[in-house]
Design a protein around this ligand. Structure first.
Ligand SMILES: NC(=O)c1ccc[n+]([C@@H]2O[C@H](COP(=O)([O-])OP(=O)(O)OC[C@H]3O[C@@H](n4cnc5c(N)ncnc54)[C@H](O)[C@@H]3O)[C@@H](O)[C@H]2O)c1
Length: 390
């Protein structure tokens, strides 16, 4: 079977779906790789490295789509809401498409993909089970984003992070607050600690307290308890507005005392909760920085503007989306490894196996046989259950 890697077309996207190092493992599983010329260039992987590992370079995007039975991308149509639609006419019946599809985003987009007859797999829907951990692209990208968010914050902050005792006096360490200690938040804690900051973190899921402390962070305890804080997959559950209101009141003081705030609180398929209001921003010292990792989903800070950096009352609020793309070498390396494990799982004896009894396959298939076939996605969009999917 042939796996095709088109060049990412989302404006500014620098990642690539497969890196040269994974090609031998794919070959062992009976998968040949073709890439569009220059697909890895922005991530630091020139065409020659792919050729060295046994891949074929094709001159155009159209060539890759017509040669390959499986197309792998970082941002497929769906998550690529700018230029992704141009790929729809290139897809064909029976062809597989794997990547970020934003499956709880826009149902019309998914229906357009379904209408091509392609079988699409969303990496966002990877189940959080031990067996699928090595295929979990969301965690890989969150790791990169958590790390980079701290560097962006330190770059904007007019202070240094560590405590220094010098002949010119003592410099007090910067105080960093992480709101939401999931994969990105924990990586942000570790990175800020390595740079010498004093780090606090808060999460509505009390189970993360020990993880925060083991990284040298202080866990901020608020005297409110979330009802039913997390679902079976470990994701936070949406809370009612009165809970968020109370959270904001209690978080105000901690936010005001922080030089850097990095909120990462997202709830799958929902707009991100507002945890930092404009009043809270007004209470922060001038020069403080907020890097809002939830910017793409509306932001955790009321003043965040997606894709922009704004300064309000001297506080810099960074709403950059797609931070993982700014670390394209390692983001691509991790993503390629996740995809390779997924491909090896899906392909047996040179054929794509659509074994719906398997939890990984069943959870990640979004479109199949001309329909949006994923039961979770159908339920989310209030589409009637399909007989085959039941
Ligand atoms: N294979 C696996 O078992 C697996 C894989 C990845 C992650 N996980 C676990 O799943 C959990 C969620 O990770 P994630 O990074 O994907 O989460 P996420 O990106 O969905 O959310 C980020 C964090 O924000 C928190 N949050 C949401 N709303 C909040 C609010 N109102 N106030 C404060 N915090 C709020 C969440 O609890 C989460 O910790 C983690 O514990 C992680 O370790 C397990």
């Amino acid at each position: 079977m042939i796996v095709g890697v088109p060049r990412e077309s989302y404006p500014g996207e620098r990642r690539v779906a497969l890196v040269p190092a994974v090609i031998p493992a794919l070959a062992k599983a009976g998968l040949e790789v073709v890439i569009e010329a220059g697909a890895g260039a922005e991530a630091g992987y020139p065409d020659a490295q792919y050729v060295d590992k046994g891949a074929k370079v094709l001159p155009s995007r159209g060539d890759v789509f017509s040669a390959a039975e499986i197309i792998v991308q970082v941002l497929c149509y769906g998550s690529n809401d700018r230029t992704g639609r141009a790929d729809v006419p290139l897809l064909r019946r029976g062809q597989a498409l794997i990547g970020f599809l934003r499956p709880l985003g826009d149902v019309g987009t998914l229906q357009e993909i379904a209408a091509t007859g392609a079988v699409s797999f969303s990496v966002e829907l990877m189940p959080r089970i031990t067996r699928a951990q090595s295929m979990d692209a969301l965690s890989s990208m969150a790791t990169i984003c958590g790390y980079k968010a701290v560097l962006v914050a330190s770059d904007k902050l007019p202070r240094i992070f560590p405590m220094l005792t010098t002949a010119a006096g003592t410099i007090t360490p910067s105080r960093v607050l992480i709101i939401g200690a999931g994969v990105a938040g924990l990586q942000a804690i570790a990175t800020a600690r390595r740079l010498g900051a004093v780090v606090s973190a808060y999460d509505l899921r009390p189970v993360v307290k020990e993880q925060v402390q083991s990284l040298g962070g202080r866990f901020v305890e608020l005297p409110i308890e979330a009802a039913d804080a997390q679902d079976a997959g470990g994701y936070a559950k949406a809370q009612d507005e009165s809970f968020y209101q109370r959270q904001r009141e209690l978080l105000g003081k901690v936010v005001a005392e922080s030089d850097v705030v990095i909120p990462t609180a997202v709830v799958p398929g929902k707009k991100s909760p507002v945890l930092v209001t404009k009043e809270m921003v007004a209470g922060m010292a001038p020069g403080s920085v907020i890097v809002d990792l939830a910017a793409e989903r509306g932001g955790n800070c009321e003043l965040t503007r997606a894709e922009e950096v704004v300064v309000v009352n001297g506080v810099t609020i960074v709403g950059t989306i797609n931070l993982a793309s700014t670390v394209p070498y390692h983001a691509s390396q991790m993503y390629a490894k996740n995809l390779t494990n997924f491909l090896v799982h899906l392909v047996k004896d040179g054929k794509l196996q659509l074994n719906m009894d398997d939890e990984i396959t069943r959870s990640t298939v979004v479109t199949y046989q001309g329909e949006v076939a994923n039961p979770r996605v159908r339920e989310f969009f209030n589409l009637p259950a399909l007989a085959a999917a039941q």
